[in-house]
Design a binder for this molecule. Structure first.
Ligand code: FPP
Length: 246
């Protein structure tokens, strides 16, 4: 089944270059099984592997995963510790496999505020996978889009104060250049699992023209087949970027 979908994607041609994912529904998946929320996050790691492998197979160049938001600090301390622990274990355990697959890892967000051991493992993962060229994997860690925009505004104000630029010369390109995502093109496709139809403070600037795809599948159940279905749906759409097509 997955092979057939992949074949159809190839026949259709243009694959979204950059896919972003809001991995939602881990808690509900666990609750439905009478398990603690942590088990849902743990099961979600399998889906992380699936989506990375699927992205490589489909020829996606950039994959951004929303792994931990600013708002997630408001969760119970035990759940936060479990998420940090998972992240650390993921970075240590998967680094060889990611490198073998040709995945180069980057992060966006206030990574400095993560616990030391998680931060160190992620830094090692970034270093270890540097130079791979098949897929760029961007992990959004302690990320919030409004915070990112405030940070960009502050940096622009500081450079204006230093006399490096006139306020009137601050344009869209200047602001874009101060975002965490400056090195990469904006997402072409956003996938959100578990049926929620919200952006949840994720890449607000970057997703001005992104195609949105919502699936009821809970994140731990998400497979490469679901990724391929989302890409096929994207390929059927006509992107106009505010213009008309004649
Ligand atoms: C949302 O489900 C998911 C999260 C807040 C965390 C996502 C993290 C992972 C899948 C593991 C870490 C990822 C990497 C890349 C190392 P939820 O808890 O909000 O679910 P609910 O809405 O059903 O409660």
């Amino acid at each position: 089944m997955a092979t057939e979908l992949l074949e159809q994607i190839r026949l259709n041609g243009a694959v979204p270059r950059h896919v972003a994912v809001i991995m939602d529904g881990n808690g509900r998946w666990a609750r439905a099984r009478g398990k603690p929320r942590y088990e849902g996050h743990r099961a979600g790691m399998k889906a992380v592997r699936e989506v990375i492998e699927g992205a490589v197979e489909a020829g996606v160049e950039i994959l951004t995963l929303f792994a931990f938001s600013h708002e997630n600090w408001q969760r119970p301390a035990r759940e936060i510790a479990a998420l940090m622990n998972l992240l650390e274990r993921y970075a240590k355990k998967e680094k060889h496999e990611l490198k073998r697959q040709g995945v180069e890892v980057h992060v966006i967000g206030e990574v400095e505020a993560l616990p030391d051991s998680a931060r160190a493992s992620v830094a090692d993962l970034i270093e270890f996978t540097r130079g791979r060229r098949t897929l760029t994997l961007i992990l959004a860690l302690n990320y919030g889009s409004r915070g990112e925009l405030v940070r960009a505004a502050r940096r622009l104000a500081q450079s204006a104060l230093r006399g490096e630029r006139e306020p009137a010369a601050i344009d869209e390109a200047a602001l874009r250049a101060e975002l965490y995502t400056a090195p990469w093109p904006d997402p072409d496709l956003l996938i959100r699992t578990s049926g929620e139809r919200r952006l949840s403070n994720f890449l607000l600037w970057q997703m001005a023209y992104t195609e949105l795809y919502v699936t009821p599948v809970l994140w731990p159940d998400f497979t490469r087949q679901d990724l391929f279905a989302a890409i096929l749906d994207y390929q059927r759409r006509e992107r106009r970027f505010g213009k008309v097509t004649v």
